[in-house]
Ligand binder design. Sequence first.
Ligand code: ADP
Length: 222
Amino acid sequence: MTDIVLIGPPGVGKGTQALVLADRAGLTHLASGDLLRASIRDETVLGLLAKTYVDSGRLVPDELVVDMMVDRMLSAGDTLLDGFPRTVAQAEELEERLGRVRRRIDAAVLLTAPRLTLIRRIVGRRSCRACQAQYNTYFAPSRVEGICDACGGELVTRSDDNATTAQLRLEVYDNQTAPLVEHYRAAGVLREIDGTGDPDEVAGRIAASLSVAAAEPKVGPP
Ligand code: ADP
């Protein structure tokens, strides 16, 4: 069983890279933010509990997210975790639950980029309501503003992608998620990757670092 964690501040390109890596490595991509947004859209009990946190850019309480993610992991096989764990407490709980089924985190990939790049990537982000194609008004604009090049659908902005909430999400990352980096570094599974530049270039860096990671120690009980 292979389980890889992708960590990085909002806007660093985790979602884009997760799709490429999951495809190349044959992993199931589990994105906590996408799963929470789907629950909110479907008005499930979890969605109703999570909505105010997600809309305001604060973290959803650990126990809600841990249950949601671990349930999916256990039925998924090999996974790429995107957006989870996001706190040291979530990571410890995850290790404890995975340990029960003799599974552990094999590698934690940290993507980094300068703060101004992050803010532009977040605030400029648009996606097609119909086909989910991704655009960015600064880096990859659609030919006609607000309209999808691929299908002519309407381009929409996530409710938490405005400048104020983006700033708060970056602060939440610094305060609550950055300590996770040290957690995985201490466990010897951290791979730090420069997330700037072309998505293909970044994907190449990640792939190169993971072939090295295969020989390294693992997190969690033996
Ligand atoms: P980004 O990384 O671009 O900020 P995500 O799609 O990963 O966006 O997450 C969006 C929101 O979903 C977060 O701001 C938070 O409210 C919630 N969320 C996602 N993952 C977690 C998690 N592991 N723990 C708590 N809240 C989470």
